[in-house]
Ligand binder design. Structure first.
Ligand SMILES: *Cc1c(COP(=O)(O)O)cnc(C)c1O
Ligand SMILES: [Zn+2]
Length: 401
């Protein structure tokens, strides 16, 4: 049987309105993001989880559950390592701790997952000129995949984004626009200046397929852990696409019969300098108010008004998860600890999850029965490296260089 997509619709998670996925679609009339739906019964008949071992070592191994009907677009995205981190587990006093390391992705971050799928889908829907606002990594990924697909791209970045991101965008031959402000102003530029000129909007969650690329992190976690999900996932949350995607993946896998009803507690880790979701979660609100004057060197977390605030908050609450903050100083220290103890170089966003894990272990929210996954969402090489630090374990001092 030929491998194919079982995409059947686009549905609004707020008002349940459905839309034809054969046409370009963006937000629902009610303003909510749309989520793709699949014929999971037919997909389960076509693909059993035991057959996945024969599949390609990229996110396209889950082809039936992705929205691309024609040719996939690939630079080798996904199927990233799940690294065992026994020293960190011991330090926290939890049963297991793994780092899902997204740094090996093309263009050095998990944004490649979303863009591989969304650019392939946009191409088959007839788009030729693709635009997106970005804090940095999404722009690099869009530029690379658009080039690979033979399409034009325009990336809008904050003027104060790291220069490496701007160089990447130019290197892949995309147009680069710099705006004053954050990704919020970049998004406004895309909507007010580029869309009216005929550019196709690839803003995350306005465009409904980037989340499908990112949901494969949830499929991979289950497959890599032998279909036994962790008890908690710590995720560095900006726009929340990955968190929403994984939550959706777990629901799909249950319907496919691949996992049971158990779910990890989802933990949103944000920067103390920009934490609209954590603030809303901790105050019991259903919506997040925009964060005034966002400031953090973890650029992927500098998202002052996430479009899908309701979906993120719902996943946190349904999973009995929580939200936790990390300051830039704590993040720098955590990045150094991760490098020293496990040999893993994390981006600041990824290092923030280790800050969160330590705080939640200290408060007793995480304990001896927990099996944790921390997400390192991108490469540490795109940011200033943290300074070397001494180990906290006295018996390691003799290993000190
Ligand atoms: C974009 C980004 C994030 C935030 O991702 P969301 O899924 O939008 O919350 C985290 N880390 C890095 C490195 C990023 O580039
Ligand atoms: Zn709606």
């Amino acid at each position: 049987m030929a491998i194919r997509s079982y995409l059947v619709g686009l549905e609004c998670p707020e008002c349940q309105e459905s839309y034809d996925p054969g046409l370009p679609q963006f937000l629902c009339r009610c303003g909510s993001p749309l989520l793709p739906r699949y014929d999971l019964r037919a997909a389960a008949a076509a693909l059993t989880r035991d057959r996945l071992g024969e599949r390609v070592a990229s996110l396209w191994r889950y082809r039936e559950l992705l929205p691309v009907l024609g040719d996939p677009l690939s630079l080798g995205e996904g199927w990233t390592p799940l690294l065992d981190a026994p020293h960190l587990a011991q330090e926290l006093g939890v049963a297991d701790l793994w780092i899902k390391d997204e740094a090996p992705n093309p263009t050095g971050s998990f944004k490649a997952r979303g863009m591989a799928v969304a650019v392939a889908r946009a191409r088959e829907l007839g788009a030729r000129r693709l635009a997106a606002p970005s804090a940095g990594n999404a722009g690099a990924a869009l530029a690379a995949y658009a080039r690979r697909a033979g399409l034009e791209a325009c990336v809008v970045l904050p003027a104060d984004a790291g220069s490496i991101f701007k160089q990447e965008v130019r290197l892949y031959g995309a147009r680069l626009v710099e705006v004053h402000g954050t990704i919020a102003e970049a998004g406004r530029y895309v909507r007010e200046r580029l869309i009216p000129e005929g550019w196709y909007d690839l803003s995350t969650l306005r465009e409904p397929y980037r989340v499908e690329g990112k949901k494969t992190m949830g499929y991979e976690l289950a497959e890599q852990l032998g279909w036994k999900l962790p008890t908690a996932i710590l995720y560095p949350t900006g726009g929340g696409t990955g968190l929403i995607g994984m939550w959706k993946a777990f629901a799909e896998m249950e319907q496919l019969g691949w996992i049971g009803a158990e779910r990890p507690r989802m933990v949103c880790v944000q920067s103390a300098g920009c934490s609209p979701i954590a603030r809303a979660f901790l105050s019991g609100a259903q919506r997040a108010e925009p964060w005034a004057e966002p400031n953090t060197y973890a650029e992927g977390l500098r998202v002052p008004s996430p479009l899908a605030d309701r979906l993120i908050l719902r996943a946190l609450r349904e999973s009995r998860g929580t939200a936790v903050l990390a300051s830039d100083e704590e993040i720098r220290g955590a990045a150094a600890e991760l490098a020293w103890t496990e040999g893993v170089l994390c981006c600041p966003e990824g290092a923030a999850t280790w800050v969160g894990a330590k705080k939640l272990a200290a408060s007793g929210w995480l304990g001896g029965g927990d099996r944790l996954v921390l997400f390192n969402t991108g490469s540490g090489y795109k940011y200033p490296l943290p300074n070397r630090m001494e180990p906290w374990q006295p018996h390691w001092t003799h290993m000190s260089p």
